[in-house]
Design a protein around this ligand. Structure first.
Ligand code: FAD
Length: 419
């Protein structure tokens, strides 16, 4: 990319000063320690947190920051909604990340000097008929065993919290600790924070090939032929990670695209149809302070297709109306589809990849925004050779060592990872 595509970086006194900052005359970073492939929430956050630890970083984004799933996401930070049997380790990771969000958002606002859009709004999970009520009760018992700080509510108590709920609402679970963030604010803030901490974000910079030296990955090449040499290459290309033609087949992680359609409605911000996240078995509704209401999302195995379909919109609107009938009065302002990076066990891949020098930060499936703080911290620690957060063990790529990803090494223990 020509250098004039870079945004101006500025320094502020109250930003943590990177230890190894080295700036070229054009304001970029000379010889980065790490290049990050993909400028979604994950890639940008990894770069920002690494830059804060003194690592020189360069993000390579083939389009613009947030062009992938990250700008499509509803931005729910809702581990309780994801409580699922057999995924307790993943739940601990999600809870650790949810717990990190307030501090992460505050530091991001400080480093970027921008609004982040973090809203500790809470959530109400509702059952709209008897069958759903039984299912919600079973999940509530699981939530109780995981100590998720939730409360079972009878129909009247649900409607006291959210008066717009359909009168037939059968039961609810109140999760006051859940929150949301607006990706429309988060992505610009992350981009600015990377740059203000001394990193570089290159747009329209598609990675097309790798550089190797004696079997070790030593950098990547972008479509314009430019070489980006670095000690580490962080793969943060979301749903495209598993189909990266520029990586040798054995180094491609087991990540597949999972389509999600999502809608934006808009109403009067002074009379919102709900004040907290309302989630039923088939739909969730996330209010924004400006009167928008995000309605998501379908889950479809359709490869890289991102067409919005009449059936998808119909299903979302029908289920939204079933929970909160007043949605029928709102303006429909946007319909969009995105691709979640899915993995065989729904947990992300964060840690060493199948090539020496390759670090994976991908596979965040339905919870990439929720998992952004903990994933970024783990990658930044790895790049800075610091200890990893213990909860990150569930995300070690080595769990897929073997047939599905022959190049990945078996997971070391946390102690090994600290060496
Ligand atoms: C409809 C929907 C709703 C969602 N709601 C939520 C939610 O409420 N809460 C939540 O936590 N998560 C949610 N998610 C999931 C979340 O969006 C993802 O897990 C997360 O955005 C993944 O971030 P990422 O940075 O890994 O990927 P992406 O945001 O997809 O970023 C990957 C980037 O890599 C770039 N790229 C790809 N190949 C190359 C290349 N060769 N060279 C350079 N750049 C490349 C792409 O252009 C893209 O910008 C939702 C997802 C969808 C689809």
């Amino acid at each position: 990319m020509p250098d004039d595509t870079k945004r101006p970086s500025e320094q502020r006194d109250d930003v943590v000063v990177p230890l190894k900052r080295s700036r070229s005359p054009d304001g970029g970073v000379e010889a980065p320690d790490a290049v990050v492939v993909g400028g979604g929430a994950i890639g940008l956050a990894c770069a920002w947190r690494a830059a804060r630890r003194g690592v020189r970083v360069r993000v390579l984004e083939r389009d613009h920051p947030g062009a992938g799933a990250s700008h499509v996401a509803a931005g729910m930070l809702a581990p309780v909604s994801e409580a699922s049997w057999g995924e307790e380790a993943l739940m601990r990771l999600a809870l650790a990340s949810a717990g990190a969000w307030p501090g992460f958002a505050a530091e991001l606002a400080e480093d970027s000097q921008l609004e982040v859009g973090y809203e500790p709004c809470g959530a109400l999970h509702v059952a709209l008929d008897r069958d759903e009520s039984e299912e919600l009760r079973r999940r509530f018992e699981l939530m109780g065993s995981l100590d998720l700080g939730v409360e079972w509510l009878r129909p009247r108590a649900c409607r006291d919290l959210e008066p717009g709920l359909v009168p037939a609402c059968a039961a609810g679970v109140h999760a006051p600790g859940e929150a949301a963030v607006d990706p429309g604010l988060l992505l610009p803030a992350l981009t600015a924070a990377v740059e203000r901490c001394g990193g570089q974000v290159l747009v329209e910079a598609e990675v097309t090939d790798i550089l190797t030296d004696d079997g070790r990955l030593t950098g990547v090449i972008t479509g314009d032929g430019r070489e980006h040499r670095a000690e580490h290459v962080v793969l943060a290309s979301g749903a495209w990670s598993g189909a990266s033609p520029w990586l040798p087949p054995l180094a491609r992680p087991p990540v597949r695209p999972v389509k999600g359609q999502i809608l934006t409605l808009r109403g009067n911000p002074d009379q919102p149809v709900c004040r907290r996240i309302v989630a039923s078995e088939r739909v969730y509704l996330v209010p924004r302070p400006d009167g928008r209401l995000i309605v998501g999302a379908t889950v479809e195995e359709r490869g890289f297709d991102i067409q919005v379909t009449a059936g998808g919109v119909l299903e979302l609107l029908r289920e939204a109306y079933r929970a909160l009938p007043d949605v029928s009065e709102l303006e429909l302002v946007e319909t969009v589809a995105g691709l979640r990076p899915g993995t065989p066990d729904n947990a992300p891949l964060v840690g060493p990849g199948a090539l020496d020098g390759l670090v994976l930060a991908t596979g965040h499936y339905r919870n990439g925004i929720l998992l952004t703080p903990i994933s970024a911290e783990a990658v930044a620690a790895l790049l800075a050779q610091d200890p990893l957060p213990p909860e990150a063990e569930v995300a070690h790529p080595g769990r897929f060592a073997g047939e599905s990803a022959p190049g990945l090494v078996a997971a070391p223990t946390i102690e090994d990872a600290r060496e």
